[in-house]
Ligand binder design. Sequence first.
Ligand code: ATP
Ligand code: MG
Length: 579
Amino acid sequence: MRLSKAHFKTLRETPNDAEIPSHVLLLRAGMIKKTAAGIYTYMPMGLRVIHKIEQIVREEMDAKGAQEIRTSVLQPGELWEESGRWAAYGPEMWRVTDRNGRGFCLGPTAEEIFTDLIRQDVTSYRQLPLNVYQITDKFRDEARPRYGMMRSRNFIMKDAYSFDKDEAGLDKSYKDMYDAYTNVYTRLGLTFRPVEADTGAIGGSNSHEFTALCEYGESEIAYCTSCDMAATVEKAACVDAKEETCEMLEMEKVSTPGTKTIEEVAAFLGISEDRTVKALLFQKYDVTGKEDGIVACFIRGDRALNMTKLVNALDIPEYLIQFADEAKLGSIGAVAGFTGPTGLHDCTVIVDSELTKMKNLVAGACEENCHIKNVNYGRDYKADIICDLKTLKEGDKCPVCGGVIKHARGVEVGQVFKLGTKYSKPMNAVYKDENQQDQLMYMGCYGIGVSRTFQAIIDMENNHDDNGIIWPMSCAPYHVIVTVVKPGDPVQDEVAEKIYDTLRKNNVEVLLDDRDERPGVKFKDADLIGIPVRITVGKKAGEGVVEYKLRRDQDKTEMSVEDAVKAATEIVNKERFGR
Ligand code: ATP
Ligand code: MG
């Protein structure tokens, strides 16, 4: 491609609403353009990268025997009614109505449509296992679209669905996809870690997220410094404090004026925060938006509540719960800042398992400016649900080996799920076994955020610097840029054209910067768009000498035209498949 003929525009300034390097650089490099909040256009150079990522995904999926198909992004609401998700999915789903009033959605994911396809086509055990996938636009009306392609409202996802006869078959399909994902992210130059994950709105029994590690990521993972335990903080199990066997003391009401927070109560009474009980009150809603009761959660004072564990315990999606309005607290006997488990009524009480093992704690008295000492589970209050409600923090004990936990940030670039019969059961996706008996299919589903990955690649430490993007060869929009210092100079033009032609004959993808611009502008642009190899044709072109430089290195080397072409071809061939 000749840059003089390309639709190509870079920006010198940092765009206003871009906060993280990858978003800034994609906009500055002219690879994407914002259309509306969370909605972007891929410009020519960006789209080339997207195509390369998609191709790598395809190759790794196909290598595991998966087959590509493509469904419509418009999905009939009836299929979602069948699985029960039409109501449960919530406001993230873009719903549309056709001229006859029939409900559709713009697919946020596609479990229903794939389950429907396969239940129609597969009748016998002989047709299983199967794995089908697509790479299409997905739509989610995210509450907080941000960071460009990282959390957009229209994004590209590869979604695959496996269908097996039984659980053992699913285990194998899951492992295949886990391995395929590992290959994809390795080829794309990501530093990543697969971690155990919650199953969220997709459901199922087991799940792993693939997290590209970088400080700007929205995901937080907890990992053990001694064993290989790694999980999202939403998912990570916690170890309860040891069971206390001391005697229960008499409850005693104490005056604690103005002590609304755990910190204040602990300081006032001269105790540590882990001897107190923290109360968190939530309002539940049903799917029509009507209030559906108040939930009171109790955890140890120094712990943080884990919202994912809470909504899982209640078996509701997260959008159906929010902090309770203070004005409503009276209806359950609660008092803001002084709520404890002993004085409540007419609400669902959920207690962290740890509290049931501890003795003589301090809790709110459900009375203004008062707390109660020596509160004990069982004797003084009971729970509707007891479970692990807390977040595994840095420095906590590893739930597997007792080692020390650390946290790291990252970007969730993909997730794999063991669905089991979560969809095949309500949608009756069955096959006939060897004995002509109907059996439910065992399903898995596997997503890669193609457009999010596109951006996450740039956020990797090695893939950007102050001057711009440094694409890995495997997904660079072009492999080589040939920069002509003085276009119009017959010697420089001739040498540049020769390099351009030879490299293209060698199957190398080349960008020829033949624009009538100052050399400084061209070098800046070449750095910004991150082409891995630059060959500069300048003053010494007459002697057959050019400058060769790799984007990732500082050094520039003068060499003959032939050597430069050879070096470029060699490095491209060595790195283009990213293995
Ligand atoms: P998140 O927790 O970040 O909202 P998710 O767990 O809801 O994502 P999945 O349903 O697992 O997402 O979708 C598969 C993949 O699609 C994710 O791993 C992610 O890479 C990508 N993805 C999901 N939502 C978005 C989005 N709003 N913008 C860009 N990519 C997304
Ligand atoms: Mg996910």
